[in-house]
Design a protein around this ligand. Structure first.
Ligand code: ADP
Length: 596
């Protein structure tokens, strides 16, 4: 993407603020005029003072005082006006920047929320990376807007105006001023090239340092238990050493080039003084002693924006880099979750998978020519070793992913044709991993049905056997949900599903992190909610599996056994192996003898 490509992409975001923009530009033009006032006033003042000195009959204090009064009033008046203009121009510019930045953030969040799950499990789209792309993108793009409208434009307008005044006063002086500009640009470009590699390295090391500290904080217990404090400190020290060298190097280059630019600027000023003085001395038409001051001041207006060029050049380079990743997100139409039109108020809950093949974006072939039927109103257990594809089936049934080939239907309608939101309205999902948000317990349960009354929330908590524990907390339902234990959080998630009250329920190891008492309580509440609903349960808990109406045993993405728990057990095979191993690991014989 080039600079113009970038500006074209930014334009739609700036256009809604066109009136603000117009006001900013108007003030910019006024500000540019104001910056030339000093030069004009001093030119006139020097000539007038010179005139006073050479008046016939001697110098009069009265006239001098009047002149100084006029000069100081104009300069102070101009300064007040310029302050107001600069303030207005900056405020308008900032308002544009802040609004554009907000619009970018809102738009990108909207987009991300609309993406299908496959996007998030693709390589390069890990949460941290996407977040960096968003943060950097929003920051550097809104900076570009700011640079352009608040920094560059006023300076360049003022520079062009100053240059025009110099040319108008004298073409030779104008040409000297103009000749310095390419030299400046050349130095800035060289500086950009020299700094580029270093800036990237500094940025990379900075990221590594941050990441390293995060790692230390997150793994503190591991570091301490293995006595690896020294190793971690040394690792940070090595990175810090790199960072020090890199920072010094960038500073060195930067100071060198800044010095060079100041030097060239001074050379320009000296040349202008010499040329103007020469023209004054040879009595060149239109040249008076005041013009020396006039040209020097105008020339400093010409060189002012060029002094900033380097910073703007760097920012623009960053923006070009980050814009690609950022607009990549905004324009990734192919990632938007597909949705059909079909909706149903009366979902029965009969799922059919026919010859389904599915591969994750990472390339893992998780489901292999699989067919199964999930009967409505019944509980179907998916059984198999870790990695067999059980969770993947739930992902397919919830339309988080679409099969590579084959079909998945609900009540005879292909999931592709289902309105995605309507489909998910009918499904309750409880996963093995925590899915508790930062917020109160009540907010977390209410997520299942935002319109629920407090009584309904409490009722759901009772059904999930968590009510008593919640009210025993100092802040009750207002406590932070993230402070709860894993098992308690799991029951908050189950309460949320009770509140949603969907006809179809997927439970992916719902009791994996619970203690024995809680497991039993959850089992009871699941038994209660199962009535009249379609339930798909994934569990390693044999007690839960044998309670299901039907089981599918999976291995390497295929169905290897299917039937009622009893039938499948008597078939032998993988299920029997899992069942027997589970009974042995529980020490079932001894348990039985203790109980008898
Ligand atoms: P199970 O639930 O039976 O333990 P999964 O359905 O989670 O198994 O996983 C099936 C296979 O797919 C495994 O090889 C697993 O590594 C892979 N897998 C699961 N989720 C993802 C994902 N988001 N991206 C890539 N591969 C995945």
């Amino acid at each position: 993407m080039g600079v113009f490509g970038l500006l074209r992409k930014l334009l739609p975001y700036v256009l809604p603020y066109r009136w603000l923009l117009l006001a900013a530009l108007l003030l910019t033009a006024l500000g540019a005029v104001m910056s030339q006032v000093n030069a004009i006033v001093l030119d006139r003042a020097v000539d007038a003072i010179n005139g006073l000195l050479h008046i016939e009959g001697g110098f009069e204090w009265g006239r001098a005082a009047r002149l100084l009064l006029i000069v100081s009033s104009v300069l102070i008046g101009k300064e007040i006006l310029a302050a107001v203009i600069t303030f207005g121009q900056r405020i308008f510019g900032e308002k544009i920047r802040i609004n554009v930045s907000r619009d970018f953030s809102l738009r990108v969040v909207d987009r991300i929320l609309s993406f299908r799950m496959a996007f998030f499990s693709s390589e390069g789209n890990e949460a941290g990376k996407v977040q960096t792309r968003i943060d950097r993108g929003v920051m550097s793009l809104s900076n570009t807007v700011k640079n352009f409208f608040i920094d560059i434009l006023p300076l360049f307008t003022s520079a062009i105006m100053a240059l025009a005044l110099m040319f108008a006063a004298n073409i030779y002086v104008g040409m000297v001023a103009l000749a310095i500009i390419p030299v400046y640009f050349w130095i800035t470009a060289r500086q950009g090239v020299r700094m580029k590699g270093w800036r990237r390295r500094v940025f990379g090391t900075h990221q590594a340092l941050n990441h390293g500290i995060m790692n230390i904080l997150e793994s503190m217990n591991v570091i301490k238990s293995f006595n690896r404090e020294r190793v971690e400190a040394d690792r940070q020290a090595a990175l810090q050493d790199d960072s020090t060298v890199q920072q010094m190097q960038t500073r060195r280059i930067s100071f060198l080039f800044e010095g060079l630019k100041s030097f060239v600027e001074q050379i320009g000023t000296v040349l202008i003084i010499i040329l103007t003085a020469y023209l004054v001395l040879i009595d060149y038409p239109g040249m008076s002693i005041g013009k020396i001051m006039y040209h020097v001041l105008l020339f400093s207006n010409v060189s002012a924006p060029i002094r900033q060029l380097h910073r703007i050049y760097d920012d623009l380079n960053d923006a070009l880099i980050y814009a690609e990743g950022f607009f990549g997100l905004l324009e990734a139409d192919e990632e938007v979750e597909p949705s059909g039109q079909y909706k149903s108020e009366m979902v029965k809950g009969r799922f059919e998978l026919r010859n389904v093949d599915f591969t994750y974006p990472s390339g893992t072939h998780a489901i292999d020519n699989l067919s199964m039927t999930i009967e409505p109103g019944k509980t179907t257990a998916l059984v198999g070793l870790s990695g067999a594809g059980k969770s993947t089936i739930v992902n397919l049934l919830d339309k988080f992913y679409s099969p590579d080939s084959g079909s998945v239907t609900l009540d005879g309608v292909n999931l592709k044709e289902w309105d995605t939101a309507s489909l998910r309205d009918n499904i309750g999902l409880v996963l093995q991993k925590n899915h508790i948000f930062s917020g109160t317990i009540e907010e977390n349960i209410r997520y299942g049905k935002p319109t629920a009354t407090r009584q309904e929330v409490e009722q759901a908590a009772r059904q999930a056997y968590i009510y008593d524990q919640i009210v025993a907390l100092p802040d009750g339902f207002e406590s932070q949900a993230l402070n709860l234990s894993g098992g308690q959080q799991q029951r908050i998630a189950i309460a949320r599903m009770f509140l949603k009250n969907p006809p179809i329920i997927f439970l992916d190891e719902p009791t994996a992190s619970l203690d024995a008492i809680a497991t039993e309580q959850i089992k009871n509440s699941i038994d209660a909610i199962k009535q009249g609903r379609t339930v798909v349960i994934i569990s390693h808990n044999i007690g839960q599996i044998i309670d299901s109406d039907e089981i599918y045993v999976l291995d390497k993405g295929r169905v290897v056994q299917h039937g009622t728990p009893d039938d499948v057990y008597h078939q032998g095979g993988l299920y029997k192996q899992i069942f027997d191993a589970s009974a042995r690991s529980m020490n079932a014989d001894k348990i039985a003898s203790v109980l008898s």
